[in-house]
Design a binder for this molecule. Structure first.
Ligand code: ATP
Length: 233
């Protein structure tokens, strides 16, 4: 994914100005910035849901909307109603809807991809349980498995560690490490600097525009953080 001086707006309201950087295969980039900085907006633009008004975003060599099939998205777990009456395995199988389409029923290959994805996040033993009976961290892992089941080449995660306990954080990190080792590019929106240092190759530091893009040690400096967070720091 390549961002070249990309500016993004909601109608006439500018949300992000002149963001540049790249996310290579097998690398992990953290999006860091205060609330309202534009992290979710950038993710939406990469998914092709919000237009780029100037500059460009290229995803796997194509315009965002065209690359959509190869891009996975993991929302925060609380976006899926825990009372939704489905099993963990069914939630993960939803990740295969693009492969399944509207006509065909999920087949053995879809079920195998879903089972493998659930194994990757360490929850194979909970496949038959009702989604709503899992902890918040486990639900987050299930949503990661749902995205993995589609075998994306680029994976976007919106604050995946919010309110997630240590065991599930560890499982999420292990799953992401497995994906990047296999060549998947990963973008994580997060407020967690320690996580960015631990698990990310690069950081994109944002607040309405870009303050830095580079390795955590070079971008998460007191000076740059104060500049990006302004009065909030
Ligand atoms: P948080 O950490 O709170 O999730 P964020 O960095 O993800 O924040 P965004 O949600 O991308 O920030 O919001 C960036 C700016 O765009 C904010 O000023 C927000 O009010 C505005 N915005 C977000 N969604 C819309 C929308 N649908 N229409 C108009 N403005 C929007």
């Amino acid at each position: 994914m390549v961002l070249a001086d990309a500016s993004i707006a909601y109608g006439r309201i500018p949300a992000l100005e002149r963001v540049s950087g790249r996310v290579l295969a097998g690398r992990t980039v953290a999006l860091i910035g205060p609330n309202g900085a534009g992290k979710s907006t950038l993710i939406k633009a990469v998914l092709g849901l919000v237009p780029v008004v100037s500059g460009s975003i290229t995803v796997l060599g194509q315009a965002p909307a065209r690359a959509r099939r190869e891009v996975g998205y993991v929302p925060q777990a609380d976006t899926l109603d825990p009372d939704f009456p489905v099993s963990v395995a069914q939630v993960v199988l939803m990740g295969r809807y693009r492969q399944v389409g509207w006509v065909r029923r999920p087949g053995a290959a879809d079920r195998a991809a879903a089972a493998e994805a659930l194994e990757t996040v360490g929850l194979a033993h909970r496949a038959r349980d009702r989604f709503g009976t899992l902890s918040g961290g486990q639900r987050q892992r299930v949503l990661l498995a749902r995205a993995i089941a589609a075998r994306p080449r680029l994976l976007l995660l919106d604050e995946p560690f919010n309110g997630v306990d240590a065991v599930s954080q560890d499982a999420l990190l292990a799953a992401l490490a497995k994906l990047t080792a296999a060549g998947t590019a990963v973008v994580i929106s997060t407020h967690d600097l320690a996580l960015a240092h631990l698990a990310c190759d690069e950081v994109c530091l944002l607040n309405r525009h870009q303050f830095a893009f580079g390795p955590p040690a070079a971008t998460l400096t007191p000076e740059l953080l104060r500049a990006a967070y302004g009065g909030a720091a």
